[in-house]
Structure formats: structure tokens, C-alpha cells
Design a binder for this molecule. Structure first.
Ligand code: URA
Length: 248
């Protein structure tokens, strides 16, 4: 990535401000003062800006706890979208959400500019576990139904047959508000898959929250909705491990 772009997108100023700083000898790369704003820098370079070391990570990894009523999109003319939760200085870093949560689903969404990781997290090949907490209308799940879900089954709600991969369903107890809740772990990501599985068994999902992905877990309650933060090293490690990738 170009040095001026990296500095500006790290929140150190506008492109012209950081170019000015570079031109006046205020920036060094690997111990040498540089005056060429178009210099390409790597993740491993050590950059000092105005006497302070700055992170020059080109690959960025964030977690958004998406609120209900937000589109999984980087731009929308009418509706709130995930880009509204991303600080403006990061907008030039080509971040995008990994997969999508429905407009009315809250919870864990990874936001990154690492295309390979994003691709692998969504690929059925790696069977990355995604845990959903579903509040639903209808009876508790029977042992029979739970074992059908565990074996995988065929759904035909769109006029053609589709295979639903084996998934893990657990009822949760107790529910203080009297609503039925269940945890469903999917290892693939078909559109509206949780809602469709519940509908197939005559239950209606009334609220849906993703609380886990590849070993990263977030709170079951919705107090943290709207939080946008960098992944911890440990969390990034979980994603890399789940997708057979290595750091860097
Ligand atoms: N399944 C759904 O039905 N909705 C989501 O947002 C994610 C999985």
C-alpha cells in the first residue's frame, strides 16, 4: 500500500496533510527518512510518524455486533447499513462484511479487507461453525426433530429441493420472558438458513442473533449491539485456524 494512503487511513490526517508531513521529513520507514509519498510499504515495515511508531497493518480485521434493523451492506441510500458503524478514517481501506446477516438478525459480523480469509470463512469447504440464538414461536423441539437436523435433510420451500447440511440444535433453559429459545450451529451459510430450517419444522423465528463464529463468541444479550472493534490476536487466530490459513 502507498505510504500516504496508509498514513491517511490510519487517521493521521488528510492525504494532503500526510504528504506535507512526508515532504518535510517527518516520516521514516525502517529507520530512513522518506520524502516519496508514493513509496509502497508492507505490513512488516517499521514506520515512524512525527516521532511515533504507527501500525502499518494493511490487512485489517474487525468485529461488528450488528444491530437488528441494519443492512449488511457498505452503502444504502435509504436504510442504515454496516458502513454507518465504521469510522470514516477506515472507509478507504476496502473493508467489507464477511457474508451477510439478514436485516432483522443481530450479532457477530466480521469486517475485513482480507479477501482470502473472507472467501474461506464463507466456503462450505471449511465448515466454519456459526452459532445462532433463535427466539421462536411454536413448541419445543422434539428429540426426533433434533436428530433429523443433526443428520441433515432436504428442504423444498422455494420450488426446488435443497440439501441442508447436518447442524446442531439445542434448546436453551430457562427463558425468563417465557419465550422459547434454541441454539443452532450451522456449518454452511445458505440464505435465510436458520429461519428456513425453523419454518420447515413449523416454528417461526421471532428474533435471531449470531453469537458465535469459528470459536469467537459474543454476548447473548443485545446490550453490545452497535459495537465495532478490532479483533484480538486470539480471535484472529481462531479465524485463521478454522480456515487453515497462517498469519501474514
Ligand atoms: N440464517 C438466517 O435465517 N438469517 C441470518 O441472518 C443468518 C442465518
Amino acid at each position: 500500500m502507498r505510504l500516504d494512503r496508509l498514513l491517511a487511513s490510519s487517521g493521521l490526517g488528510t492525504r494532503s496533510q500526510v504528504r506535507d508531513k512526508i515532504a518535510h521529513g517527518g516520516v521514516s520507514v525502517n529507520g530512513t527518512v522518506v520524502t516519496d509519498a508514493s513509496l509502497h510499504v508492507k505490513d512488516t515495515d517499521s514506520i515512524i510518524y512525527d516521532g511515533h511508531e504507527i501500525s502499518c497493518q494493511t490487512k485489517l480485521y474487525y468485529l461488528l455486533d450488528k444491530p437488528d434493523g441494519v443492512l449488511t451492506a457498505m452503502e444504502d441510500k435509504r436504510l442504515p447499513c454496516v458502513a454507518d458503524y465504521i469510522p470514516s478514517e477506515l472507509m478507504s481501506r476496502k473493508l467489507s462484511p464477511v457474508g451477510r446477516l439478514d436485516y432483522h438478525t443481530s450479532g457477530l459480523l466480521i469486517i475485513t479487507n482480507d479477501g482470502e480469509l473472507s472467501h474461506r470463512l464463507q466456503s462450505p469447504r471449511y465448515e466454519v461453525p456459526k452459532i445462532y440464538l433463535a427466539t421462536f414461536r411454536g413448541p419445543e423441539w422434539t428429540e426426533n426433530e433434533i436428530s433429523t437436523v443433526a443428520s441433515g435433510f432436504t428442504i423444498n420451500d422455494r420450488g426446488y429441493s435443497e440439501k441442508i447440511a447436518p447442524a446442531t440444535l439445542e434448546m436453551t433453559f430457562p427463558s425468563s420472558d417465557g419465550m422459547n429459545r434454541a441454539l443452532l450451529t450451522l456449518r454452511e451459510g445458505k440464505t435465510h438458513e436458520v429461519r428456513r430450517i425453523f419454518a420447515h419444522f413449523d416454528r417461526e423465528v421471532t428474533a435471531l442473533r449470531r453469537i458465535g463464529l469459528a470459536g469467537i463468541n459474543i454476548s447473548r444479550d443485545t446490550d453490545s449491539c452497535g459495537t465495532f472493534r478490532p479483533l484480538t490476536e486470539n480471535e484472529l487466530g481462531c479465524l485463521l485456524k478454522a480456515t487453515a490459513m497462517t498469519a501474514g
